[in-house]
Write a protein that binds this ligand. Structure first.
Ligand code: ADP
Length: 159
């Protein structure tokens, strides 16, 4: 059984993440979305809120996707889950250096786990959780950037 982990902060999940989740889940038997609970940056949403939004936007449509919080080393979480693949999304060149460093570091830590990259959907190249939060904070329209449930939830946060 091919199991992959898609790790991230997902603060909050965006349409860019959803696109990667749908495409990655079609490539494996099980996709586990790993929600980082020890993020260095101060998150807007708690790990429980981030998980609830991910579940609300994926569970109905994708039967082979699970969402779980994790902390500590990603390769340790992957090994615990019997996952042999780490999935990451690549947007611009600016993602590349950091992602390459992470992939090589993780490969040094565990040779049995491969990192694969999915190129972002052209519509979401400049989309990030930070951009969404910034627009939402100032009352801007995020309708085309996040699933409806996320849009509604962020409204309650910034009202
Ligand atoms: P992290 O803090 O680990 O980067 P994020 O939640 O920001 O967590 O992102 C998780 C993963 O999703 C990363 O691999 C990131 O490159 C990818 N990602 C984020 N936004 C997009 C997008 N718009 N298109 C494709 N991939 C994306």
């Amino acid at each position: 059984m091919k199991i992959a982990i898609y790790p991230g902060s997902f603060d909050p999940v965006t349409n860019g993440h959803i696109d990667i989740i749908f495409r990655a889940s079609a490539m494996v038997d099980k996709l586990i979305i790993g929600v980082l609970s020890n993020v260095k940056k101060q998150p807007l949403l708690t790990v429980e809120e981030r998980i609830a939004l991910l579940e609300a936007t994926t569970h109905k449509y994708l039967k082979n996707v699970e969402v779980e919080a994790f902390s500590g080393l990603l390769v340790d979480f992957a090994a615990k889950k019997n996952a042999s693949i780490i999935v990451r999304g690549l947007r611009a060149m600016s993602d590349f250096e950091y992602e390459l460093q992470m992939a090589q570091t993780n490969r040094n830590l565990n040779k049995n786990i491969e990192t694969i990259f999915l190129a972002t959907n052209v519509h979401y190249s400049f989309l990030s959780s930070s951009v969404v939060k910034e627009i939402a904070m100032f009352g801007g329209d995020i309708n085309s950037l996040v699933p409806p449930v996320v849009e509604e939830y962020l409204k309650t946060k910034f009202m």
